[in-house]
Design a binder for this molecule. Structure first.
Ligand code: SF4
Length: 452
């Protein structure tokens, strides 16, 4: 029986009826996959393959097939007779095909494992596993347990990766059982939908990016009615609550430091003394003003894309930040968390790092709505990217090649694949981007002071 739905398309259907329909009949209208999305998929595949080592010596039912298909199903049927551990075992029931990452037979019972590149079980994983359980069970398999295999966020890599400790299997058998009554109804509704001749009407909303970003977002956006453009000149004027600003600045102490980290997260830890998906600081920018009205000096650090950058970064940072003076950051939670982890992973520098933490001052809160600094043109946002061009009209991020942290992190992760000339260009772009973040703070702080 040819499948009509797969695990992936069933999940599309749960997210949005239109996404399911578009994927089947109008695939060409999907967003083009960018390199960041491709790399996320690749990571998922790599993690799946690594997790197979939890149950070594299994056989892969998928073979050279690019997608799970009836061939994989036939191969699975054969393997079930001879093998106790099967990877990517595929089954069809009720015109739904799905494959389970790892299937282990013990006696006459089966243990199913679905691998996810996350540090915990998420609600969408339960939906996904519930469908697999439904198909496997109805194909006659006695399922003793069904687990999601995910990273254990408390695992610290020291030496070679320990697969058994890196991953954690969490049983979802009970949750999956609770979902069974709705599966058949969902499947029938989706099949009916796929018989329609018209694209279902669905307005864009929260479902477009949760639990996953929808790959038809560009198409759906293009259908939104264009509002007759009446040119509205935004009111760029800035109001400052003088007393509140003076309160905020009263405790600052020179030298003033303006500091910002860039970080990268690796699901499978790359460096010793790091955990799955830990923020690894690979870069910082630091502007310093030693006294009121004094010259602005600049310092920076950028890893080489290969070695663990953290220890060299900490040593340089402790020297450059000195022992006194306010350290301004934009959104202190992030910088504080990264510094705290550095103090844990490199305890020999903990005293120096903790004294930096004590000096951090968040420059962001005065720009929150209804706080100290207000402009209609902020549009309710207090992101530095939004605040900067209003408070400092001559400065923005638009002239930079790298304009936001996600791209900086992704590009740094790719650095090792580049030749020397490309690497050098990337280093310049990364340095320029991070430098803008701290220079933005310098100028914002100066301009607000000048205003009052
Ligand atoms: S972009 Fe939103 S509305 Fe359009 S298909 Fe995707 S989830 Fe549905």
């Amino acid at each position: 029986m040819r499948p009509i739905l797969s695990k992936t398309t069933y999940m599309y259907g749960l997210q949005c009826a239109k996404r399911l329909y578009m994927n089947k009949f109008h695939k060409t209208l999907a967003n083009e996959e960018d390199e960041i999305t491709q790399s996320i998929f690749q990571t998922g595949t790599d993690v799946g393959e690594l997790a197979q080592q939890l149950f070594p010596n299994g056989v892969n039912a998928q073979g050279d097939e690019e997608f799970h298909s009836d061939i994989t199903v036939l191969k699975t049927d054969e393997l079930l007779l001879t093998n106790n551990i099967i990877y990517e075992a595929a089954f069809i029931y009720n015109e739904v095909i799905c494959a389970v990452d790892i299937l282990v037979k013990k006696g006459d019972e089966y243990y199913a494992y679905e691998v996810k590149s996350t540090t915990k079980v998420k609600p969408q994983h339960i939906e996904d596993a519930a469908l697999q359980y439904y198909v496997l069970k109805n194909c006659g398999l006695k399922i003793a347990d069904f687990s999601i295999v995910h990273f254990d966020s408390s695992y610290v890599k020291i030496g070679a990766i320990s697969i058994d400790k890196l991953f954690k299997a969490t049983s979802v058998l009970e949750e999956v059982g609770d979902k069974q009554s709705s599966i058949e109804t969902n499947i029938e509704a989706m099949k009916l939908l796929l018989q329609q001749s018209e694209i279902p009407i669905k307005e864009m909303g929260k479902q477009c990016y949760t639990p996953y970003d929808c790959n038809f977002s560009r198409h759906c956006k293009s259908l939104l009615p264009t509002v007759e453009e009446i040119e509205v000149i935004p009111d760029n004027s800035i109001q400052v609550e003088k007393d509140l600003w003076n309160d905020f600045t009263s405790s600052i102490q020179y030298p003033l430091y303006y500091f910002d980290f860039e970080t990268i997260m690796y699901g499978i830890p790359v460096f010793d003394y790091s955990r799955p998906f830990q923020q690894i600081s690979f870069q910082y920018s630091l502007h310093v003003q030693n006294e009121l009205g004094g010259n602005i000096l600049h310092f920076e650090f950028l890893g080489n894309g290969n070695d663990d950058p953290r220890e060299t970064l900490i040593k340089q940072l402790i020297i450059e930040l000195g022992t006194i003076g306010t350290v301004f950051v934009w959104n202190v939670t992030f910088e504080k968390d990264v510094l705290k982890k550095l103090a844990i992973d490199f305890p020999q520098y903990a005293v120096g790092i903790n004294s930096i933490i004590d000096r951090l001052v968040d420059l962001m809160p005065p720009f929150r709505p209804n706080k100290t600094v207000f402009s209609e043109a902020f549009n309710g946002s207090y992101s530095i990217k939004k605040v900067l061009p209003i408070v400092v009209p001559e400065l923005s991020y638009n002239d930079l090649i790298i304009q936001e942290g996600g791209t900086a992190s992704f590009k740094y992760g790719q650095m090792n694949n580049l030749n020397e000339a490309e690497k050098e260009l990337l280093r310049i772009d990364l340095l320029e981007y991070c430098k803008r973040d701290t220079f933005a703070m310098v100028k914002i702080f100066d301009n607000i002071n000048a205003l009052i």
